[in-house]
Write a protein that binds this ligand. Structure first.
Ligand code: ADP
Ligand code: MG
Length: 728
């Protein structure tokens, strides 16, 4: 399992500036003073008493009160980590985070507070990256997903004396599954302490869930925040946000040049954050001698060294604007924020069980989230929140009152696979805080059955159990496992493809040089496949790596010239190395393909359930090729504008499999590969041909009540695609 069996290979130091930041001497005295000023410090004694006297404690506190950074340290200082396990090793204190960035950044901060090197006494584990030391680490920050995988290996979590489930109010899918698992685990491990931290919004639910577990509230002080709504709903939220930031900046700097407070902007994701930062820079440059403004982006895939910059101290003479995703809502606290600019939007994965598709959508946040966001302006003094939406929008049904827990809106295949591996067979009886809707549950089981992870009785197949060894979504795990088979013989290439799919886009496309970037990108294109295009990019980068003797400087010049993101490529390489370790652990062969067709066949075999067929060509040149989704036969879809398959005047391919569906202005398939329909029958026959035997098998699923009968019939019609449909 990643993060457990191998240390991340240290690639090479990034640039000098980042290096300086990391090595900067830490003023331990002032950092200790800062600690003592946190609200958590004032109630330390009572807090420790509450935790000592109870197996489960719910801790509630305002953001910034010190829950994430202090709780684990208090427990450590009070000796909670000193009991020995059966190997004579100290037990450790774990603190889970819903987000990777938070785990990394908080671990770094706490290591500074404890005056030790990161990855020694204090470390973190996120997917594909383990920065802990088995001998030394006593406080470990980890993502919830990693803790779930650790439970798979050790269902009793013997390494831990205390677990803090931080930010539990976020109610991610993993939070909910962990909560359910803890109910039994705590009975087996009477000595294990569980601390659940929460914003006020969900605390009572946790208390009831753990049989009246006591609540401990950290009293905090907040300042009033004025809330300004937009008069009209905005057309372009990036533009509106930029305008708002500049207005704040200029209006409040006119008299004195002093910075009266920093600005925090809530955006939806990396893309619009980058555009916002660019646009801000552009607009500033157009001004005549503007007061200084430092612009910092923050999102989960931003490299750690850059993330750290947002925590730079408030500067009296320079204003700072942090443009963030939802991460800044509760998990990271930036001090000195006086102004919040809230787009009121969030990027959310929503799964549609009827269509069997997950889409990434930008949706309005809930009223509770909006309040939380605004509150960030009132941490150090009175503040102002500018909401880029109307007051009306918060009152009619455009916004939910509370966020919908992820478990009720996402594809559960991944988690079902995990629970099946943990031998939780009766999902109806699993203690979910909020049970997932039945159609979502049965659809997810059905999805696992389709890809062969479950048998006709709903039990884990050997493929399914092999798949659970890889910490990734089921289709990608299956892709790797298939690639090892002699028939496909291409694990060497597939490992690369999977790694490249696990990072943000490697292509860099600055607005002002878009054309240049596009024409250079053409050099890498493999016309029939985005997957092969990604492989090609990676392989060329590997060649450069050898040529340049791994010199970061040379590589970075090469990447800039080719409009490639060096950080993403380095990350892909790290991920690939981690995957190779897993392959070795399970004795899976790493074999080179004999031809591109090997790879495409393998992709077809793993993705056959994500298939589309051309219905309207783009031959006229001015319209986009149109595809229909063959799973439901109704949904029209398009190749993503960045797809390699768009190029040229040739006919678009008749059949394609796709990695993901993105719903933006249209339904776009992203990362697409052309496939031969005969391969589809070969590898997906039972899915597209539904013969009698398969029907009987499906019936079994109903008999065992794994699928609701009505639901099933509806689906059979969707899925029953005759031979002729595929061949014609
Ligand atoms: P909570 O979890 O209750 O929201 P935290 O423990 O995250 O509070 O934060 C406590 C304080 O520590 C905050 O005032 C914050 O500014 C500071 N802090 C947290 N992380 C960092 C960091 N990486 N760098 C600098 N300061 C930090
Ligand atoms: Mg916190």
């Amino acid at each position: 399992v990643l993060g457990i069996e191998g240390k991340t290979e240290k690639f090479e130091e990034p640039n000098k500036e980042d290096e300086d930041l990391r090595e900067a001497p830490i003023d331990t005295l002032s950092i200790q003073q800062q600690r003592r000023q946190l609200p958590a410090f004032a109630v330390r004694k009572d807090l420790i008493r509450a935790i000592s006297e109870n197996q489960v404690t719910i801790v509630i506190g305002e953001t910034g009160s010190g829950k994430t950074t202090q709780l684990a340290q208090f427990l450590y200082e009070e000796g909670f980590a000193s009991s020995l396990d059966k190997n004579g090793q100290k037990k450790i204190i774990g603190c889970t985070q819903p987000r990777r960035v938070a785990a990394m950044s908080v671990a770094k901060r706490v290591s500074e507070e404890m005056n030790c090197k990161l990855s020694e006494e204090v470390g973190y584990v996120i997917r594909f990256e383990d920065r802990t030391s088995p001998q030394k680490t006593v406080i470990k920050y980890l993502t919830e997903g990693i803790l779930l995988r650790e439970i798979l290996i050790d269902p009793n979590l013997e390494d831990y004396s205390c677990i803090i489930m931080d930010e539990a109010h976020e109610r991610t899918l993993s939070t909910d599954v962990l909560l359910g698992l803890f109910r039994k685990l705590l009975m087996r491990r009477k000595d294990l302490k569980l601390i659940v931290t929460s914003a006020t919004m969900n605390a009572d639910r946790f208390t009831r869930f753990f049989g009246d577990a006591p609540q401990f509230t950290i009293p905090g002080r907040t300042f009033p925040v004025d809330i300004m709504f937009s008069k009209t709903s905005c057309q372009d939220y990036v533009e509106s946000a930029v305008k708002q930031v500049l207005t704040i900046h200029l209006q409040n700097s006119s008299k004195s040049k002093l910075n009266d407070g920093d600005i925090l902007v809530f955006m939806t994701g990396q893309e619009d954050i980058e555009v916002t930062c660019e646009l801000l820079k552009e607009k500033l440059e157009m001004l005549d001698d503007p007061p200084p403004l430092d612009i910092y982006p923050i999102y989960s895939t931003l490299p750690a060294d850059l993330q750290k910059k947002i925590f730079s101290k408030k500067n009296e003479f320079r204003r700072k604007v942090v443009v963030a995703t939802n991460i800044a809502e509760t998990s990271l606290t930036v001090d000195g924020i006086k102004y919040v600019v809230d787009t009121g939007l969030i990027k959310m994965k929503v799964y549609n069980p009827k269509l069997g598709m997950e889409t990434l959508q930008v949706v309005p946040v809930s009223v509770a989230n909006a309040q939380q966001r605004s509150g960030r302006a009132g941490r150090t003094g009175p503040g102002v929140a500018y909401r880029l939406y109307t007051e009306r929008a918060t009152k009619n049904d455009q916004m939910h009152l509370q966020p919908i827990p992820e478990i009720q809106r996402t594809n559960l295949s991944n988690v079902m696979l995990l629970l099946k591996s943990l031998k939780v067979d009766n999902l109806q009886r699993f203690p979910f805080l909020d049970p997932p809707p039945q159609d979502l549950l049965s659809r997810s089981l059905y999805d696992l059955w389709v890809i062969g992870a479950l048998d006709n009785f709903g039990n884990l197949t050997s493929l399914g159990s092999d798949m659970s060894n890889f910490p990734m979504e089921p289709t990608l795990s299956k892709l790797i496992i298939l690639s090892c088979k002699n028939e496909f013989h291409c694990s060497e290439e597939i490992l690369t493809v999977v790694s490249m799919l696990s990072i943000p886009s490697v292509f860099f496309r600055p607005k002002e040089r878009a054309q240049e970037a596009d024409s250079i990108r053409e050099k890498y294109v493999i016309a029939e496949s985005d997957h092969l295009t990604l492989l090609n990019v990676y392989n060329q980068w590997q060649q450069q790596l050898v040529k340049s003797n791994s010199s970061y400087k040379k590589l970075s010049i090469w990447c800039d010239k080719n409009f490639l993101q060096i950080k993403s490529l380095i990350r892909a390489r790290e991920i690939r190395n981690q995957l190779v370790l897993i392959m070795k652990k399970y004795k899976l062969p790493i074999s080179k393909s004999r031809s591109d067709d090997d790879v495409r066949k393998c992709l077809c075999a793993a993705y056959f359930q994500q298939l589309a067929r051309l219905i309207k060509n783009n031959i006229s040149g001015n319209s986009q090729a149109e595809y229909v989704n063959l799973r439901n036969k109704v949904m029209t879809m398009y190749l993503h504008p960045t797809s390699a398959l768009n190029g040229g005047t040739d006919m678009a391919p008749n059949f394609v499999v796709y990695h993901e569906l993105l719903l933006t202005t249209k339904e776009y398939m992203s990362c697409v590969t052309a496939v031969d329909p005969l391969w589809l029958l070969q590898y997906g026959y039972y899915f597209y041909g539904v013969d009698e035997k398969t029907q009987a098998n499906l019936k079994n699923l109903i008999d065992f009540e794994l699928i609701d009968k009505k639901d099933f019939e509806e689906r059979l019609n969707f899925d029953k695609l005759r031979y002729q449909d595929v061949i014609s």
